[in-house]
Design a protein around this ligand. Structure first.
Ligand SMILES: C[S@@+](CC[C@H](N)C(=O)[O-])C[C@H]1O[C@@H](n2cnc3c(N)ncnc32)[C@H](O)[C@@H]1O
Length: 237
């Protein structure tokens, strides 16, 4: 598994002492490609409803929710190893037993890990890397193809929640989801931005802030830099 540079001592210690429990021991090739689907029942020590967060960063959001909802299993995908290490330190500090990390590229791992026999109840994508320079936008995570991947793994009635502090990424998310007929957006036409280009003939479609979402450092940074926050909440038909 890729390790990156030197970690702060307390994060390294958390990994050394607790990583075997909270980081799923998965076969990952170069490029964070998951080779085989891990046994989630074994990893969590139980079967329970499941929330999957893609790009959990330092796990602020998922640990806060897990603490409030001990009956739900929470699985965090994160490819940034210092983030995984700091997440393990947080899991231990907050004494939550229902979070597991996996250091694999979620785009490729989701179809491998989930299928007819196992589906998450919710997927979260909060403040994904914005890639705001025009020439980098093709690196953004949320595209119509990725929206279809999420639709394929959610059960009917399952929810995908997203948030971003970058307007044009919010509009891209909204349009990517609208391109997938498997999703119902209960907030169609709501919260229209006056400068929304509506390139695909759609404007608005944003949800009120979900009250289960805490303010992470990425949201704080966006607010400090006077960016608007957009939330999306869509349901798998
Ligand atoms: C800007 S951070 C946001 C973290 C967190 N969601 C929050 O709001 O605090 C986005 C994270 O997504 C991770 N990431 C990006 N693409 C990913 C992928 N394909 N699979 C797993 N993690 C990914 C990055 O390493 C980064 O830590």
């Amino acid at each position: 598994m890729p390790r990156g540079g030197r970690l702060p001592d307390r994060h390294q210690r958390a990994l050394d002492e607790h990583g075997h429990k909270y980081v799923i021991d998965a076969q990952v090739d170069e490029g964070y490609v998951l080779r085989e689907s891990p046994d989630l029942t074994k990893a969590f020590g139980r079967d329970a409803p499941l929330i999957v967060e893609i790009g959990a960063g330092a796990a602020d959001q998922i640990v806060a929710h897990a603490k409030e909802n001990p009956e739900i299993n929470h699985l965090a995908f994160e490819v940034w190893w210092p983030g995984v290490a700091s997440s393990v330190a947080r899991i231990v500090r907050e004494e939550v037993e229902n979070v597991r990390m996996i250091s694999a590229d979620a785009v490729l791992a989701l179809p491998l890990m989930f299928g007819p026999n196992r589906k998450p109840d919710e997927v979260w994508t909060f403040f994904p890397d914005p890639w705001q320079k025009a020439r980098h936008r093709k690196r953004r995570l949320v595209t119509p193809e990725f929206a279809q991947t999420v639709a394929n793994i959610l059960p009917s009635g399952g929810t995908w929640r997203l948030a971003t502090d970058w307007d044009d990424y919010a509009w891209q998310m909204r349009d990517s989801i609208a391109a997938v007929s498997d999703f119902v957006n209960p907030h169609v036409g709501q919260r229209i931005d006056e400068d929304d280009p509506g390139d695909n003939g759609i404007v608005g479609g944003f949800a009120p802030r979900w009250d289960g979402r805490i303010t992470t450092r990425f949201e704080t940074r966006g607010l400090n830099e006077e960016r608007r926050i957009h939330d999306l909440e869509v349901i798998r038909a």
